[in-house]
Structure formats: C-alpha cells, structure tokens
Design a protein around this ligand. Structure first.
Ligand SMILES: Cc1cc2nc3c(=O)[nH]c(=O)nc-3n(C[C@H](O)[C@H](O)[C@H](O)COP(=O)(O)OP(=O)(O)OC[C@H]3O[C@@H](n4cnc5c(N)ncnc54)[C@H](O)[C@@H]3O)c2cc1C
Ligand code: SF4
Length: 332
C-alpha cells in the first residue's frame, strides 16, 4: 500500500474541493469496503482519501418516500435501505437487490453511493502482476484468453470484458433513476443509464463523473410499475456471492397484458444493462412463458461469449423467464 493523506470533509463543498485539489489521485471513502480492499491490493493508489461520512448527518443520509418517488441519500447504508418498510412495499426490486448483495456485515457499512461505484472483481484487475487495460491502460487484457468464466458477454470490447458486479445498479437503471452530484463545476443530475461508460478502448474511464465529483443522492420516480418489481439473482452459492446472472424487472399489468415493462441485467454485462430489446418484445403483449422466452432470446441476441463464460447466455435467459413470471405472480 502506498502512503496517502487522510482528510475528513466538513461539508459537501469541502469534500468536493478536497478531492478536486488532487484530481484523479483522490478517492472518496464512505463505507470503505471497496476502496480499502483495492488499496490493500495496490490496485488503487490514491494520494488522498477524503472521508465523506460526516455528510450522512445531513441530507446525504436521508431516505424519503413521497408520491413523487423515492429519494435516497448517497450515504444511506445498504442495510438501512433494504429494511425500509416503504421501500420493501413500493420498490421491492430495490430492497431485494440490496438484500441479495454481499453479507449483512458489509451491508451495514457500505453506502449506496459506494455500491454504485464499486470496481469490478475481474481477477486480473485485482492481481497487479497481470496485464490489465483497466488498471494500466495499454497493457493488454489478460481475461480475453484467460480464465473468463466470470466475465461479461454483453457490452464488451476488445480492450476489456470485465463484468460490472453490483446488484443495486440494475434496479436503478430499470426504474429510470436519476443521480444527483456536486462537483468542481457545480451540481448536476445524471440519468442512471448514462452514469457508467462502456469500456470501448478506454476501460479505465468507468463513469462520466469528473475527478472530485461527489454523488449526493439518487431519485427514483414513482410509477405504476414499481410495486410489481422484482430482483432475481443466480449465483454459485446462495449467499455472500456476486451474480452469475441477475435480472431486475418491473411490470405494469392490465390483467395478463403488459402495459409497461422495465428489464435490466446484471452479472453478464460490462455496465448496468437495460435491455430495450427484451422490453420491446414484452410491451403490449400477454405475458406467458412463451413470450418471456422470446424476450430472453432478444436480450442475448448480441451476446459475445468467450471460452469459459458461454454458460452465462442460457443462465441469463433462464433468469429472465423466471424473473418475469415471478413478477407477474406477485400479489400486490
Ligand atoms: C466479499 C464481498 C462481497 C461482495 N458482494 C457483493 C454483491 O454480491 N453485490 C454487490 O452489489 N456488491 C457486493 N460487494 C461490494 C460492496 O457492496 C461494495 O464494496 C460496497 O457497496 C461499497 O460501498 P462503500 O460505501 O463501502 O464504498 P467505498 O469503498 O467507500 O467506495 C467505493 C468507491 O466509490 C467511491 N465513492 C463512495 N461514495 C461516493 C460518493 N458519494 N460519490 C462519489 N464517489 C463515491 C469511492 O471513492 C470508491 O472509489 C461485495 C464486497 C465484498 C468485499
Ligand atoms: S477484463 Fe478488463 S479488468 Fe479484466 S483484465 Fe481485461 S482489461 Fe483488465
């Protein structure tokens, strides 16, 4: 681990200024469950850690559920949001995506903002002796011809096939969440679907955030689809494990007919992945197993599996079918 400075921010402006002064060499620390892990591995080598936890006492730590939607401060802990009765009732996909992530101990520490921005678990990214374009631009991608069982089949590029591993983000992209930020150039709002960047030929640039830009909150608009929403996660073991494939789905039904649908995939793509292709198949039609299977085919039509992750395509398709039928069967 390199030597680094630790700074405890006093307020939002102070946090942004403290981080911006060190540009890309600064990291915010919230729960620390990701950033400290990667510092110990020497994957991240910040000059300065800016501790933002004091901001949790302010609006950054608030949960509000109104008729307009759900407002989540970026420093709300995962466990707090997962257990919130209004979120469980009105936005179950959000509560489930959090509850199925990591362990209870980690969820007690980890913040929502930190969860969204967690780094990939690609083993070649985590082990610094391997070439990795994301960690060291231009060095190559060890996963392309390596052990790529955990890697992505959607949104990949010749430079990087690392999976985006978070769960919560799939629920947010499905529900058209908006991220609010405070940065050196002021405040802004970013549609969740535009926050993460496809790897392309610059996999080291993971989001559209500028150095020193702080996520302050996340807003999820209310809608007729949010109550009938569900997160299904397939993993190698049933707890404390990242997704092999996961599905966030939200349905607005008129009897068996689908008025509106939102569908996102996790564990199979390089970024949180909204499947407009699957949604187009389902919207306006009678939802049954046949239609769900057709939607699953559409979702993976563009998949580019590698040697060891071919199984993710049938696993992902099966997850879509199950998630849709389970959401349809929900009693709300
Ligand atoms: C063993 C293990 C298993 C796990 N399993 C899962 C899983 O199954 N599913 C899942 O989704 N996650 C899983 N995780 C990841 C875990 O959920 C994340 O580590 C956690 O959510 C990160 O939150 P944090 O507050 O600790 O972030 P930190 O470690 O504090 O920060 C993470 C990153 O976000 C940045 N950051 C933090 N807050 C902000 C902010 N407000 N604005 C801008 N930047 C910010 C930091 O600078 C850093 O780069 C697992 C982690 C471990 C260690
Ligand atoms: S998949 Fe991405 S993160 Fe993994 S080794 Fe290749 S470039 Fe690095």
């Amino acid at each position: 681990m390199n030597r680094f400075g630790y700074y405890k921010a006093r307020d939002t402006g102070d946090a942004v200024a403290a981080a911006a002064a060190h540009a890309a060499r600064a990291q915010f620390i919230a729960g620390g469950t990701n950033v400290v892990d990667y510092m110990k591995l020497d994957v991240l080598q910040p000059d300065r850690l800016v501790d933002i936890n004091v901001l949790a006492k302010d609006v950054h730590g608030r949960i509000d559920v109104t008729s307009e939607g759900l407002h989540l401060g970026a420093l709300v802990r995962m466990a707090e949001a997962q257990d919130h009765p209004d979120i469980k009732r009105d936005y179950p996909v959000i509560a489930e995506s959090l509850m199925l992530a990591a362990s209870q101990q980690i969820r007690n520490m980890a913040s929502l903002g930190g969860n969204i921005l967690q780094k990939t678990r690609c083993q070649y990214f985590r082990e610094t002796s391997w070439p990795c374009n994301k960690r060291q631009p231009g060095s190559g991608c060890s996963a392309l011809e390596g052990i790529n069982r955990e890697h992505a089949v959607l949104g990949t590029s010749p430079a990087c096939i690392a999976t985006y591993h978070g769960d919560f983000a799939q629920a947010l992209i499905a529900l058209d969440a908006i991220v609010s930020t405070a940065g050196p150039n002021g405040n802004r709002q970013i549609p969740f679907g535009q926050l993460h960047r496809l790897p392309g030929d610059t996999p080291e640039v993971e989001t559209v955030l500028e150095p020193g830009e702080l996520i302050t909150s996340i807003d999820v608009p209310a809608g007729p689809h949010t109550r009938r929403s569900h997160y299904l996660k397939i993993r190698d073991r049933q707890s404390y494990q990242f997704a092999v494939a996961s599905v966030a789905v939200a349905l607005d039904l008129d009897g068996d007919r689908v008025r509106d649908v939102r569908l996102a995939l996790g564990g199979v793509a390089t970024v949180p992945w909204r499947s407009g292709e699957a949604e187009a198949v389902i919207r306006g039609n009678i939802l049954d197993e046949r239609l769900a299977a057709k939607a699953a085919e559409a979702a993976f039509a563009g998949a580019e599996p590698r040697q060891y992750n071919k199984f993710k395509v049938p696993a992902g398709k099966a997850a879509i079918v199950r998630a849709l039928l389970e959401a349809k069967a929900m009693r709300i």
